[in-house]
Design a protein around this ligand. Structure first.
Ligand SMILES: *[C@@H]1O[C@H](CO)[C@@H](O)[C@H](O)[C@H]1NC(C)=O
Ligand SMILES: *[C@@H]1O[C@H](CO)[C@@H](O)[C@H](O)[C@H]1NC(C)=O
Ligand SMILES: *[C@@H]1O[C@H](CO)[C@@H](O)[C@H](O)[C@H]1NC(C)=O
Ligand SMILES: *[C@@H]1O[C@H](CO)[C@@H](O)[C@H](O)[C@H]1NC(C)=O
Ligand SMILES: *[C@@H]1O[C@H](CO)[C@@H](O)[C@H](O)[C@H]1NC(C)=O
Length: 809
């Protein structure tokens, strides 16, 4: 590696990634004593839970528990608890109907309700501030009592985290329900059958507030799932609120209290045992912090939450008997989890209503949906079961994999086409590197995602491998070829750059600028000037170049000039030679090794920036990704520029251009235009239309360069002058434009012109002798009178049929 700096940067990155976690107790012996304290407190809370009875916690009646968060002295807004329970009960009633509300109280007579037994899934919906809010008195907390202990004394903070200030927004929930004997309590129902009654459950909730800046907050809630009624009861657990230890007291009925107590007695004992035996030495196993927002004793306190959720019964059209829907649903669940290939209707989505209440911050919110809102405004929170989501993800990755395979196929075809140096020299290095960067980015992100999504490892790695092939074998190979072919050109550019940087009082520079002025003015350079400039080219003095061809190096795309470029760097300009001699350096342009490093550093930086961007506020994040998409989808622009700069066309196959334009847009169409995309990204058809339009504008520009000439949109002085192989042959009075290619053909009376004047005058075509193919050619020539508009009209296409190679005097 030429430059050690990128290497050092990578080492530092690796060090940061793999350095030990400072929070892990192994590095802090003091945490062990804290752990013992925590275990003692938890055991105390657990014994309190075991010995308590229904109704022991009734703030209205001034009855309190001796568990942190449930104490009177803490002044939380528990007085509103009954109203919250009442609200949650209303939601249950709306979901399962008046007839079944007795289920909450343990009367499980009659048919079983069609509820999923395993509600693991991904849910999305909107929330609104609950009408209860007005009834809740916001507790006046002594903030300094909660200040976390920093290295320089208590840290002051203005407000708790997760304090809801807006009135509505979006939320998403990730529900996971583990199986295992330890997590479930079963009992007999009224037919004497043993059924599961309650199971422990974990929900990760993200709440976005429309009115406040930022991306909302995330919280992890632990609680229980009442399997008979489809209810969920969840709470946060921290030092100031040991929610899970008082959970039974938040249940809606004595029956639910009983089974919750039974389950928690079992699960909490297990967790505390694990903690004390050192099997899982964490301070708070029920921490509300998620991977994205970890919580510890140093972070500012957050608002606590108690959440009631109610599953909506599934409506599947089976009426054979009352139990049929729930039997079918059971069967569906079984089939989803352990597929046997049975043909079943598609599994209905999970749907929940939700009421959340914060005892310490005194706010309440609920999901938006009936009966308070019409269904068009909100359908509470719903989403697919996790298995369905995985099937969906697998299908979408498969689709994306075939897009990648098609891209690879197009690239290999293009590689085969660009097998000669002359075709390679036309291809823009930057266009191909942008495409390769995109593939590299896909590889990296698929590998990263595969680490976090368990069910989709194989398809993700498969797709990542395809794009890895695309970038590392074919893309890099192509880039290397292009780089090698274009090396002399870059070296010359480098010399010119240094020449321009050198003193402007240089006499040669003055001469050069004079010459530039001459060509800008349109005056043909004198023969002596030409001979001087192109002294080393053997044909230079015999072939005075046309006005526009001061530097033959830039023209390219011809078998006559290109090979001489490749053999040796053209150092024929007096200014450059002098400068090189003057500075005594002969530095070459950066080699491919440096380019390679730069490529991967850019890829890594983009990846890390994007990873970071996933935690940015919503609008900023969206802006960042749209900008990134826009930059990426500008991949044809360097090719358009190169075509114009070298005045050549048709660098890439048309199927490559069209195919890549469609295929590279596919992922964006998916995320911006497809509602059930795996990331649940919001549909934004306007952004998608802008991106698609941008790609196709570029593609159309490429096509137009083929038809109208590579520089049709540019002013004359934008690009260095270049030789035009398809000049419009003009018959003006002096015949000044005619000589290009066939100077003898300036007038019909010329001895070497074998035109038949009678015919040629009719259709504006002249006969020429082609010296190479030794044939007579009929070439359209613009008459003196028709002027410029003819050149832009039909003549444009006609002149693509001939090519004038070497200008002739
Ligand atoms: C809690 O579990 C213990 C055994 O682990 C049992 O002795 C006790 O009776 C249980 N308490 C309740 C309230 O179920
Ligand atoms: C509450 O529990 C603590 C231990 O956590 C104990 O010191 C205190 O005496 C208890 N208070 C009452 C009123 O039981
Ligand atoms: C708030 O708490 C701090 C520290 O716990 C205490 O010093 C202060 O007196 C309290 N303020 C009030 C108004 O209770
Ligand atoms: C939460 O925000 C409200 C303002 O919306 C404020 O009055 C209240 O004190 C905050 N609560 C906490 C605990 O920071
Ligand atoms: C629920 O389904 C998920 C995904 O298939 C599975 O991992 C989990 O163990 C299931 N839980 C229960 C209680 O069956």
């Amino acid at each position: 590696m030429a430059d050690p700096r990128p290497f050092i940067a990578v080492i530092i990155l690796l060090f940061i990634l793999f350095s030990p976690d400072p929070q892990s107790p192994a590095n802090h012996p003091s945490i062990y004593s804290r752990l013992e304290e925590a275990i003692a407190e938890e055991s105390h809370a657990l014994s309190n839970l075991e010995s308590s009875h229904f109704g022991d916690f009734n703030p209205l009646d001034n009855r309190w528990l001796n568990i942190s968060g449930y104490r009177k002295e803490q002044d939380y807004a528990w007085v509103a608890l009954d109203k919250v329970k009442e609200r949650a009960r209303e939601q249950v009633k709306h979901a399962i109907g008046e007839d079944y509300i007795k289920r909450i109280d343990g009367d499980n007579g009659g048919s079983t309700l069609p509820f999923y037994q395993n509600v693991s899934g991904v849910l999305h919906g909107s929330w609104v501030r609950s009408p209860l809010s007005s009834a809740i008195e916001v507790p006046r907390l002594n903030m300094s009592a909660f200040a976390p202990e920093g290295p320089f004394g208590p840290i002051t903070f203005p407000t708790f985290g997760r304090n809801l200030t807006g009135t509505e927004g979006k939320m998403s929930l990730h529900v996971s329900e583990r199986d295992g004997e330890r997590n479930v309590v079963s009992g007999s129902n009224n037919d004497g059958r043993e059924v599961d009654l309650i199971r422990s459950i974990t929900v990760e909730m993200t709440v976005q507030d429309d009115e406040s800046f930022g991306d909302g907050w995330e919280v992890k809630l632990h609680g229980v799932h009442f399997l008979e009624t489809g209810g969920l009861l969840l709470a946060t657990t921290t030092e100031k609120f040991r929610g899970i230890f008082g959970l039974p007291h938040l249940a809606m009925s004595e029956y639910q209290f009983g089974i919750t107590q039974k389950l928690l007695n079992k699960t909490l004992t297990g967790v505390i045992n694990k903690q004390s035996t050192g099997y899982a030495p964490v301070l708070n196993p029920w921490s509300p912090g998620t991977d994205n927002s970890p919580e510890n004793q140093f972070s500012t306190p957050n608002c606590e939450l108690v959440v009631y959720m109610q599953e909506q019964p599934m409506h599947i059209g089976v009426t054979a008997n009352v139990d049929a829907p729930s039997t079918l649903l059971r069967f569906m669940e079984q089939e989803l989890r352990f597929p046997t290939g049975a043909s079943l209707p598609p599994a209905p989505e999970l749907q929940f209503s939700l009421t959340a209440f914060s005892p310490d911050c005194g706010f309440a919110f609920e999901s938006k949906g009936p009966p308070d809102f019409v269904p068009q405004e909100g359908q509470h929170i719903n989403g697919p079961k996790i298995e369905v989501q995985h099937i969906r993800g697998r299908r979408h990755i498969l689709f994306f994999g075939s897009v990648l395979a098609l891209q690879l196929w197009l690239l290999t075809r293009q590689l085969r086409e660009a097998s000669t140096p002359s075709t390679r020299s036309r291809v823009s290095f930057y266009t191909i590197s942008m495409l390769a960067l995109g593939d590299g980015f896909t590889t990296m992100s698929f590998c990263l995602v595969s680490l976090f999504v368990d069910g989709l490892w194989v398809p993700l790695i498969g797709a990542a491998f395809l794009s890895f092939m695309s970038v590392s074998f074919f893309g890099m190979r192509f880039l290397m070829d292009i780089w090698a072919v274009q090396q002399p050109e870059r070296e010359q550019a480098e010399r010119q750059r240094r020449a321009a940087a050198s003193s402007s009082s240089n006499a040669d520079n003055a001469a050069r600028s004079q010459e530039t002025q001459d060509s800008a003015n349109g005056a043909p350079p004198t023969v002596t000037n030409q001979a001087e400039v192109h002294g080393t080219a053997p044909t230079a003095d015999t072939l005075p170049l046309p006005v526009t061809a001061r530097r033959p190096v830039d023209t390219g795309a011809t078998p006559i000039i290109i090979p001489s470029d490749q053999d040796e760097p053209v150092g024929d300009e007096p200014t450059t030679t002098v400068t090189d001699a003057g500075t005594g350096t002969n530095q070459r342009a950066p080699g491919f090794g440096a380019m390679y490093t730069r490529f991967y550093i850019l890829l890594l930086v983009t990846l890390f920036l994007s990873l970071n961007a996933t935690t940015w506020p919503h609008s900023l994040r969206r802006g960042y990704f749209t900008l990134l998409a826009f930059l990426y989808l500008s991949f044809w622009t360097p090719q358009i520029y190169r075509n114009a700069w070298r005045n050549c066309r048709h660098a890439l196959r048309w199927d490559f251009v069209a195919g890549q334009s469609v295929l590279r847009l596919m992922p964006f169409a998916y995320f911006y235009g497809f509602r059930t995309n795996v990331l649940f990204a919001e549909v934004d058809l306007i952004d998608l239309a802008i991106l698609a339009a941008w790609v196709w504008i570029q593609a159309i520009l490429l096509v137009s360069q083929e038809i109208l000439g590579p520089r049709w949109f540019a002013r004359g002085d934008w690009f260095p002058p270049a030789y035009d192989y398809h000049p419009v042959l003009r018959q003006d009075e002096e015949g000044g434009n005619m000589p290009i290619g066939f100077s003898q053909a300036t007038s019909p009376s010329s001895p070497t012109l074998s035109a038949k004047p009678g015919e040629s005058r009719d259709n504006g075509k002249w006969m020429f002798d082609c010296a190479i193919c030794m044939q007579e050619l009929e070439v359209p020539v613009v008459g003196a009178k028709t002027g410029a508009d003819a050149g832009l009209g039909g003549g444009l296409l006609a002149r693509r049929q001939y090519m004038t190679a070497v200008p002739h005097l």
